[in-house]
Write a protein that binds this ligand. Structure first.
Ligand code: NAP
Length: 317
């Protein structure tokens, strides 16, 4: 833990460059404990730019190599989030720059949102809310939804978050299976290919990392295998799903619906996705609870404090 009861920025830490916006409570905590500067600050002060020793960022922002080249004292990039697909990891490693993330403490929040999105999709909850508010209920009954009980749910990426989703889903009386590159010691069926898992599944949840290795892992073939009664839930990264193929499948009725927290283009998703009634959308908010974002900000601070005081980050990537 950072040791500064006076709530002044820790004097043992170098100046820290903040990339992107943080929720106000998390920002207040970071600001209290770190000597934070913006890109505008370093553009205006060359001596400051040269002294920046750390970056704090979030999963939603790109860190480019050109920026890292301009920071000669940079030793660590600490992201508030578990995904690090927008950080040039190989470049950072080559330069001896440490990278940290905030794994595990967001598992519950992301798993809860995933369950919420599934239920919203199956029971048409956004549509139902509009139905009551608009008075359309007076004209007739709301269309029937689908039950989660009895469904086959496939999970693409049975990692920390995937396993927490599975644990919660157990109480919904579903059958579970998963795809990942390696079979794990789990009581669920493992499929070696996403297309095979999709063929087996009624609902397919995507919870693997983003980045080049998983780009368009969920492509037209996987969506076709999921089939016209199948539904897709993506809480991973927009890059994992081929959105053009998804729009086509929804247009042609070869997929029954989708719930998406992440998009290929954030914060302005593919406009075609916005017009489907059978698509539930949320603004990349898997970890966006007060409790989780505060814990993530605290771990980010603790990572920097530990790295600069003991030479070792708590949760390095
Ligand atoms: P994790 O513990 O590393 O789990 C990732 C899983 O994906 C592992 O089971 C891994 O299994 C599988 N995987 C990795 N690379 C793969 C590949 N190339 N092809 C197929 N499967 C692959 O990560 P986590 O903490 O659960 O987080 C997962 C992801 O969720 C993050 O990387 C992030 O992108 C996303 N996320 C989203 C939100 C949100 O707000 N929506 C919030 C937090 C995280 P194998 O190694 O066996 O393949």
């Amino acid at each position: 833990m950072i040791k500064n009861p006076m709530h002044d920025p820790n004097p043992t830490l170098p100046p820290v460059l903040q990339i992107g916006e943080f929720p106000s409570v998390a920002y207040a905590l970071l600001k209290e404990r770190l000597d934070l500067f913006t890109l505008a600050d370093i553009a205006a002060d060359d001596a400051l730019r040269q002294r920046i020793g750390a970056i704090v960022t979030r999963s939603n922002y790109d860190i480019d190599t050109a920026l890292l080249e301009r920071l000669p004292s940079l030793r660590i990039i600490a992201t508030n989030g578990v995904g690090f697909d927008r950080i040039p990891l190989a470049f950072a490693r080559e330069r001896g720059i440490a990278v940290t993330n905030t794994p595990d403490l967001l598992n519950a929040a992301v798993a809860e949102l995933t369950i919420g999105l599934m239920l919203a999709l199956l029971r048409k909850l956004p549509h139902a809310d509009r139905f009551v508010r608009s008075g359309a209920w007076r004209q007739g009954a709301f269309p029937l939804g689908s039950s989660l009980a009895g469904k086959r749910v496939g999970i693409v990426g049975m990692g920390r978050i995937g396993r927490e989703i599975a644990r919660r889903l157990a109480s919904f009386d579903v059958e579970l299976a998963y795809f990942g590159r390696t079979q794990q010691a789990l009581p669920f069926q493992w499929f070696a290919q996403p297309v095979e898992l999709a063929r087996w599944s009624d609902l397919l949840i995507v919870s693997c990392p983003g980045g080049d290795a998983t780009r368009h892992l969920i492509d037209a073939a996987v969506l076709a295998a999921l089939g016209s009664a199948g539904m897709l839930v993506n809480i991973a990264r927009g890059s994992v799903v081929d959105e053009q193929a998804l729009v086509l499948a929804l247009e042609n009725g070869t997929l029954a619906g989708a719930a998406l927290d992440v998009f290929e283009h954030e914060p302005a998703p593919e406009s075609a996705l916005l017009r489907f009634e059978n698509v539930v959308l949320s603004p990349h908010m898997g970890s966006a609870t007060h409790e989780t974002r505060m814990a993530m900000a605290q771990l980010t601070i603790d990572n920097l404090a530990s790295f600069f005081s003991a030479g070792k980050a708590l949760t390095p990537v």
